[in-house]
Design a protein around this ligand. Structure first.
Ligand code: MF3
Ligand code: CO
Ligand code: CO
Length: 326
């Protein structure tokens, strides 16, 4: 792990600038807060196997889905996107991530869905909340807590829901109040990198064409691409063993086929892309406290451009996200 310079010392990156003017985040480091008790899910909601603390046994789910699975994924994906979009309307300074989690939890249940992160195994303990909230230098899998959002924060909300036996997984990075120029550039480059990764997901291309498109765009803007977390096959399982790296990985040469469903969810950093894990085993942060952003969609491979299954209802035909981060 890198030892951080003091604010007035030279930045580690060799720019010759003071750390505080260069890679230091403009805000204090994010620290673990207080996590409230588990929220119940009514009996009427169909649950994935981990809801009662049972571990996840993976099975060999096909990468190419049946028409039946695809039509269920369209409905679940659209509702995940609707929830993500509605979270954007309550994000403002003073609101806690726990309040946003509660809103997500209640919205999922109102739609007859289970919030997939709740009790999902991994980390030191199962994930205790219904939404991942990742602030500033938190790369992913942040746990909602009692920290009020501050003016200038960037917040990623990652919504996954389970309904009709399938998952829909989508996330976006939102601005809290007025955000500095460097962070806004990071978010916009991440949005465009995600769009370019999606555009590369066409039949006949190798899987690594996706990472290649994302990495070349992000690095051309001087940003880093996180390696430790990847996109994934999704369907009846939250994560299948199909991996989608967001950087160019020569060995990922499996050919993309029509009917595949997977996520693309690049995490892009202003500084170093290396991740460090908090002791909760979930919260991943950049080692240099530089800010990071992410967008995610669940997509279906078609014979042309991919179909984005996590498009909200109010932006039909809109290719990507006017929903968030603006
Ligand atoms: N939604 C995340 C993803 O994109 C996974 C979150 S797992 C959780 O793959 F347990 F942290 F919720
Ligand atoms: Co995902
Ligand atoms: Co996700």
């Amino acid at each position: 792990m890198r030892v951080l310079p003091k604010a007035n010392e030279d930045c580690w990156c060799g720019s010759g600038q003071k750390f505080k003017r260069c890679h230091k985040s403009t805000t204090d480091p994010i620290r673990p807060g207080k996590v409230s008790r588990l929220r119940p899910v009514p009996d009427s909601i169909e649950k994935p196997m981990w809801a009662d603390g049972t571990s996840v046994s993976r099975w060999d789910e096909p990468d190419v889905k049946s028409p039946d699975v695809i039509s269920r994924m369209r409905r679940t994906g659209r509702d995940a996107a609707n929830i993500l979009q509605s979270l954007g309307t309550i994000i403002k300074p003073g609101v806690t991530t726990e309040e946003i989690d509660e809103f997500c939890h209640d919205s999922a249940i109102a739609l007859g869905a289970y919030p997939s992160p709740l009790m999902y195994p991994g980390g030191s303990n199962p994930f205790p909340k219904s939404l991942c909230t990742s602030l500033n230098e938190v790369i992913c899998h942040g746990i909602p807590d009692d920290r009020p959002l501050e003016d200038g924060d960037v917040l990623n909300c990652d919504v996954t829901i389970f309904r009709e036996g399938v998952h829909g997984d989508t996330n976006a990075t939102f601005y809290v109040g007025t955000v500095d120029e460097a962070s806004r550039r990071l978010v916009e480059v991440t949005r465009e990198a995600t769009a370019r990764g999606i555009a590369a997901a066409i039949p006949g291309n190798p899987i690594n064409a996706i990472g290649e498109a994302i990495q070349s765009y992000a690095e051309a803007h001087g940003f880093g691409v996180v390696r430790d977390f990847v996109g994934h096959g999704i369907g009846e399982q939250f994560h299948t063993d199909l991996q989608i790296c967001h950087y160019y990985h020569p060995r990922l040469d499996q050919v993309i086929e029509e009917g595949m469903t997977f996520t693309i969810e690049p995490m892009i950093t202003i500084g170093n892309w290396r991740a460090r894990m908090w002791s909760d085993g979930w919260t991943a942060v950049t080692t240099d406290q530089s800010r990071t952003a992410q967008f995610e969609h669940t997509i279906l491979i078609t014979d042309g451009e991919p179909e984005i299954l996590t498009t909200p209802e109010t932006t039909p035909g809109h290719p990507y996200w006017d929903l968030a981060g603006r």
